[in-house]
Design a protein around this ligand. Structure first.
Ligand code: NAP
Ligand code: G4F
Length: 370
């Protein structure tokens, strides 16, 4: 009988960690997730998995080598998916040292935990690399050979992660790979990333629980895919004969403005964008009578970054060819629709906690939440 595959997932409470756990459980894996100790247990995304016989969670921290060494020794994983990170680009400007510790040195800690436990030839490692590595892009679209030009403390930290994985592959013959993933979103996306911030705001505004949405650079371009589709690639990358790095993207690009337009339209409000730069506004031109003529989207300097990555478009040809992965299985329009429909229901169900939500909306409006 084939030995059961054992996956260790760091960042299991995150968007990708939760989808990947579901995916691997479906494939018959024993799944072990790493959570960090906090005074409030935030496990909303994996609550439905707890109690399943093949799903286990453990405390450890990417900043604490000892916890990682002990955990890898205890679990004896056959595959590690290193998804844990301080993953917010704007936050990395406020907390660059923490970001470097978790997103750069954290990767090294995982690799060394595997070596310390003498698992380097038994355990395959997936590293969550990112399109942010291309940063101030040197060509469009970006593929596996495009030069990197990181453009935030987050991207610089992730660049170390990318290179240390490559180094351990060559120096020690380890099976470790990077997935260079472009932005992927979902109804589980953190609420301060631009897509989720927009879909939640559109839902709240449609239901009279928020007046306005403040955003930063509306012209920024992204290649947005659906997170549920992308976790399959993480797994496929570790099933190849030889370890290698892959760009995972849809190959389709849209602006933040286009995302907002479609999200508001899906929630029943048509926007017309007027003005430019910091003065640009999204005015409601069709929809509920009480909203027509109102400015629902404004630009705030609070959401501009000291340096911003503005032109990401991935070329997924290699993943398509070698992994047999379909980058178009969820279209941009379907993604926006999934997120808006989910958030319309969530906001409607949240009315019990209405006061709390209204306060959150005020925070969002005043620009406190990035
Ligand atoms: P996410 O939702 O922000 O999840 C990040 C996870 O990392 C959370 O589980 C978080 O735990 C955990 N974490 C943070 N610091 C930690 C620490 N010191 N020790 C242990 N765990 C820690 O991110 P995501 O969107 O799922 O992304 C997953 C990975 O892919 C990240 O590495 C991200 O940088 C990378 N990536 C994401 C995208 C994207 O578009 N989503 C694209 C390319 C690359 P808490 O719940 O306790 O905070
Ligand atoms: O949604 P974002 O914060 O995502 P960003 O910076 O692209 O990072 C995400 O994707 C990366 C992959 O490329 C991951 F590595 C990373 O972990 C994370 O998951 O911002 C997208 C764009 C930016 O250009 C930003 O300036 O949207 C622009 N934007 C405009 N207004 C805004 C806002 N971003 C945020 N978060 N909030 C705004 O109000």
């Amino acid at each position: 009988m084939e030995k059961k595959k054992i996956a260790l997932i760091t960042g299991v409470t995150g968007q990708d960690g939760s989808y990947l756990s579901e995916f691997l459980l479906g494939k018959g894996y024993e799944v072990h997730g790493v959570i960090r100790r906090s005074s409030v247990d935030y496990r909303e995304r994996i609550a439905h998995l707890e109690g399943k016989p093949d799903f286990h969670i453990h405390y450890a921290d990417m900043g604490d080598s000892m916890s990682l060494v002990k955990l890898v020794g205890k679990v004896q994983p056959t595959e590690i998916y290193n998804l844990a990170a301080q993953s917010h680009v704007q936050v990395s400007f406020d907390a660059p040292e923490f970001t470097a510790d978790v997103d750069a040195v954290g990767v090294l800690r995982i690799l060394e935990a595997v070596r310390t436990n003498h698992l380097e030839h038994h355990c395959r490692i997936y590293q969550a690399s990112t399109s942010e590595l291309y940063g101030k892009v040197e060509e469009v679209p970006q593929n596996e050979l495009t030069p990197f030009h990181p453009y935030s403390p987050y991207a610089v930290a992730k660049l170390y992660g990318y290179w240390i994985v490559k180094e351990y592959r060559e120096a020690y013959g380890m099976y470790c790979c990077s997935g260079i993933l472009f932005n992927h979103e979902s109804e589980r996306r953190g609420e301060t990333f631009v897509t989720r911030k927009i879909t939640l705001a559109a839902a709240r505004i449609a239901q009279g629980k928020q007046e306005k949405l403040f955003l930063g650079n509306l012209s920024s371009l992204r290649d947005w895919g659906y997170a549920k589709d992308y976790v399959e690639c993480m797994w496929l990358i570790l099933q190849q004969e030889q370890p290698d790095d892959f760009v995972i993207a849809t190959g389709v690009q849209h602006s933040v403005r286009e995302f907002a337009y479609l999200a508001f339209k899906t929630a029943g409000m048509e926007l017309e964008f007027r003005g430019e730069g910091i003065d640009e506004k999204g005015v409601c031109v069709a929809g509920p009578a009480n909203l027509v003529g109102k400015t629902l989207v404004e630009v705030s300097e609070d959401f501009y970054r000291p340096t911003d990555v503005v032109n990401l478009l991935g070329d997924p040809s290699k993943a398509k060819r070698e992994l047999g992965w379909d980058p178009q299985s969820t279209s941009f329009e379907q993604l926006v629709s999934i997120m808006v429909k989910h958030d319309m229901q969530k906001v409607a169900a949240d009315h019990v906690a209405g006061v709390m939500r209204t306060n959150l909306a005020e925070y969002l409006e005043k620009g406190i939440t990035k």
